[in-house]
Design a protein around this ligand. Structure first.
Ligand code: XMP
Length: 326
């Protein structure tokens, strides 16, 4: 049987005990595979790469080298959380790469959504490759591949599908989660002691806020997306909607509208709120958010986010609207 096929006898990991048994077994397998070798991991801070990191830290400690690339398209507080949890709390060997200017320069004036995605993916590989070349003695590459990746996309993580690493950097793969479903990865992450905000976080696209800052990305609109998203997430958490709504975020289009602020005419960006529920992301329904909460979030965005004078709620189910706007 192929290593990439989940045996029918494999129990679903639904309890801490089963998660702990899985962790113990994986630690042994990882140690057998890599021995004293060094393992490299691109740690985005998403559920899968975070769980792989926590597992490998337990198995091989500082022989895991994590690289966190901040491409400037992460949500508010995310790069800081990765550094805090992994470097400070788990004592990981973590390289933090500030690549914000590099990504934003490459994306300057690029309006086509698929070209934006390709640039983000290709630049990510390039930055990661540069970091890998600076390191000595790396023999392995860990990846947060999970079972749906194997079933749906030939085992390639969505944001890594732009060619991969060059031949001379072809490391042996370490993929401890490759037979797990997402809900099982979360149970394992919880058992490894990762914070709930990492383990239960909503899906977030590989190209990040880049596909929510519509058209050509500019720093001022990117800040509008990041700050309005942070307000939305804070209010959803405060009002018990976190974990109840599948995905929620804000979008900032690349056009302005007229408004009035402090008695003066202003011409500024709109913010669109999207909140949807789905089982498999193929179809989605719009969440019925209490009007009073929407009004409160609107007030906060208008008060706290500079250069915004209008807030809208997207009422479109999928189909025909996709979940993301680009
Ligand atoms: P759509 O917009 O197609 O999104 O209804 C379905 C789900 O996929 C996520 N998504 C992406 N994830 N790279 C990703 O890793 C992408 O380019 C991408 N585009 C959409 C989206 O957030 C939703 O959960």
């Amino acid at each position: 049987m192929s290593d990439n096929v989940r045996p029918e006898s494999m129990k679903r990991i639904e309890t801490p005990d089963l998660a702990n048994a899985f962790i113990a077994q994986q630690i042994e397998e990882i140690r057998n595979q890599v021995k004293d070798g060094k393992v490299l991991l691109a740690l985005s801070g998403g559920v899968d790469s975070s769980v792989v990191a926590a597992l490998l830290i337990k198995a091989i400690g500082k022989n895991l080298v994590c690289v966190h690339v901040n491409h400037g398209l992460l949500r508010q507080g995310e790069p800081e959380q990765v550094v805090r949890v992994f470097r400070e709390e788990m004592d990981a060997n973590l390289i933090y790469v500030d690549a914000v200017d590099r990504f934003l320069d490459k994306l300057k004036d690029v309006t086509d959504p698929e070209t934006k995605r390709k640039i983000i993916g290709a630049e990510f590989i390039r930055v990661f490759e540069e970091e890998a070349r600076k390191l000595d003695g790396i023999g392995f590459l860990a990846q947060g591949t999970i079972y749906p990746d194997i079933l749906e996309s030939d085992g390639v993580k969505a944001h890594h599908n732009v060619g991969g690493l060059p031949e001379d950097l072809k490391f042996e793969l370490v993929e401890p989660l490759k037979l797990l479903y997402k809900d099982e990865v979360r149970v394992v992450g919880k058992a490894l002691g990762l914070p709930d905000s990492m383990v239960y976080r909503q899906p977030f696209p590989g190209p990040g806020l880049g596909v929510r800052c519509l058209g050509a990305i500019t720093r001022d609109r990117l800040e509008c997306v990041r700050q309005s998203d942070a307000i939305l997430r804070e209010e959803f958490a405060r009002n018990g909607l976190e974990g109840k709504v599948w995905q929620y975020f804000t979008i900032v289009p690349d056009f302005k509208s007229v408004g009035v602020k402090d008695g003066k005419r202003c011409f500024e960006w709109p913010v669109i709120i999207r909140a949807v529920n789905t089982k498999d992301a193929m179809t989605a329904t719009v969440e019925d958010i209490p009007f009073s909460l929407l009004s409160h979030i609107t007030d906060r965005i208008l008060k706290e986010v500079k250069n915004v004078n209008r807030v809208c709620y997207d009422m479109t189910p999928k189909p025909c609207g996709t979940i993301e706007w680009e």
